[in-house]
Write a protein that binds this ligand. Structure first.
Ligand code: NDP
Length: 452
């Protein structure tokens, strides 16, 4: 059968664009891609990139206080949100243009429209056009998920935070995961009176307990007001703000309420179930190790599959998909030991197991050090650093590495290479320290703080 395309990708985010470009590099392939919003997807347009730029912007107040302690004559002044937004928009426009250009230069045909799946080899564009493709790749990502509470229509999510006309004076952020904690730090850094409500006992569930403690303490010391074991029961709009009732019925007033209560796969009305592709409870596309659905011509990668929801993972899944579907080289994606960072203030980088996870598996040694970094020697700024290694007693391999520090994301990328290679504690110790740095502690921790 003759198809219009060899590959049609639905979703122009990091994963979809990478798959389209790499597949297009194979000569003679005809590739199409449909995107209903902006190319670049969550990461570039409403996620990692604008968030990180906001992290940078929000960290200047402590940097300026530090500068004063070193003898500089600076005063902080006020943060100009509209000025930041103009530069942010310019940068996002630039990045989107780069994505479009990459697709154009790869001869990928782009459709700035929503597309749905209407058959194992057929997609339908929002303008009614039907196109056929030998392979269809679903890369539609995820969308914020807001629980059903009274007044939920009044809240914003991380999608809207970048487009605020002005910064609120007082914000409530609901949730205790990546997005809630990162934006609590950002808004607090901008001088917003920032309150975070989390339903559990401690934020960042699933991460290493000790790291969670240091981050929570650091966030609080910087000014974020964290309330745990609470939930929102009702949100009412009032003149100029919102009244939010907590779990005890006590009412609080905020200018803005942001929900960061997780994301769900973006599969609603995509037509997948109609062609017998299973979706799990929250809507994730079920795929095998090769990102293939039970319908052999349909694959899915990235957050829409709800495996490991990180941009670099989606990109790897895209590359593996092209190897599998176009190069005759079935390639699964290795989802183990993925280093990642949470851009909280303080920042957190980690790879491998938390102490709890590791000790459930085997006897371990824990090496940890907690100290005040040198750059705050002249000023009493909250900036506690944690370096932690979790080591297998039997094999001596480093099973987990956790860093809470300025630049932890950068450090964990490097430490991640060693951990992924299977380095032992003794391999770490063989490496000479780089002095004076914070990360030198990773190779100088001599005795375990505990065994478990
Ligand atoms: P997370 O899953 O990380 O966190 C969701 C939070 O919302 C949890 O604290 C959860 O509580 C809470 N929650 C869930 N449902 C409810 C509810 N009904 N009422 C109250 N609280 C609720 O999701 P995020 O939205 O923060 O982030 C989504 C994903 O995006 C992440 O999993 C991550 O993969 C990715 N991401 C990665 C970043 C990075 O790499 N730096 C940055 C931002 C996002 P509980 O813990 O009790 O379940």
């Amino acid at each position: 059968m003759d198809f219009d395309y060899d590959l049609f990708v639905i979703g122009g985010g990091s994963g979809g664009v990478r798959a389209a470009r790499v597949a297009a590099s194979k000569s003679g392939t005809r590739i199409g891609i449909a995107e209903e919003s902006r190319y670049g997807g969550t990461c570039v347009i409403r996620g990692c990139v604008p968030k990180k730029l906001m992290v940078f912007a929000s960290s200047y107040a402590p940097a300026m206080r530090q500068a004063v302690s070193y003898g500089w004559d600076v005063s902080t002044g006020a943060f100009d949100w509209p000025a930041f937004q103009i530069n942010l928009e310019k940068e996002l426009d630039r990045l989107e243009a780069v994505y479009r250009k990459l697709l154009k230069n790869s001869d990928v045909e782009t459709f700035d429209l929503r597309a749905t799946v209407t058959g194992p080899h057929e997609v339908c564009l929002a303008d009614g056009r039907k196109l056929t493709s030998k392979i269809i790749l679903i890369a539609t990502g995820g969308v914020p998920s807001i629980p059903l509470i009274e007044g939920a229509e009044h809240v914003i999510t991380s999608n809207e935070i970048f487009h605020l006309k002005k910064l609120p004076k007082r914000i409530l952020i609901v949730g205790g995961g990546y997005i809630a904690c990162e934006f609590a730090g950002i808004l607090n850094g901008f001088g917003v009176d920032t309150h975070l409500w989390y339903r559990g006992p401690k934020v960042l569930r699933g991460f290493d307990e000790e790291a969670r403690d240091v981050i929570t303490q650091g966030m609080k010391e910087r000014g974020v007001i964290i309330t745990t074991e609470t939930e929102t029961t009702k949100i009412d709009k009032i003149e100029g703000g919102f009244v939010v009732a907590d779990i005890s019925g006590v009412e609080h007033t905020f200018d803005l309420v942001m929900y960061a209560t997780g994301r769900r796969p973006n599969t609603q009305d995509l037509g997948l179930e109609e062609i017998n592709i299973n979706l799990d409870g929250p809507g994730a596309v079920e795929v095998n190790n090769y990102s293939q659905t039970p319908i052999a011509s349909v694959y899915a990668i990235g957050d829409v599959t709800d495996r490991v929801n990180l941009t670099p993972v989606a990109i790897r899944e895209a590359m593996a998909f092209v190897e599998t579907a176009f190069n005759g080289n079935p390639t699964p994606v290795d989802h183990s030991q993925i280093p990642s960072a949470v851009f909280t203030q303080p920042e957190y980088g980690m790879i491998g197991l938390s102490e709890d996870e590791a000790q459930k598996r085997e006897p371990i040694e824990v090496y940890t050090t907690n100290f005040r970094p040198m750059n705050t020697a002249f000023i009493d700024e909250p900036n506690k650093v944690l370096m932690k290694l979790i080591v297998s007693q039997a094999t001596r391999r480093v099973l987990g590495c956790h860093i809470v520090a300025d630049g932890a994301g950068e450090m964990i990328q490097m430490a991640g290479i060693a951990v992924k290679m299977g380095a032992t504690k003794e391999d770490f110790d063989k490496v000479c320290a780089v002095h004076p740095t914070m990360s030198e502690e990773l190779v100088t921790m001599k005795s375990p703080i505990r065994k478990a």
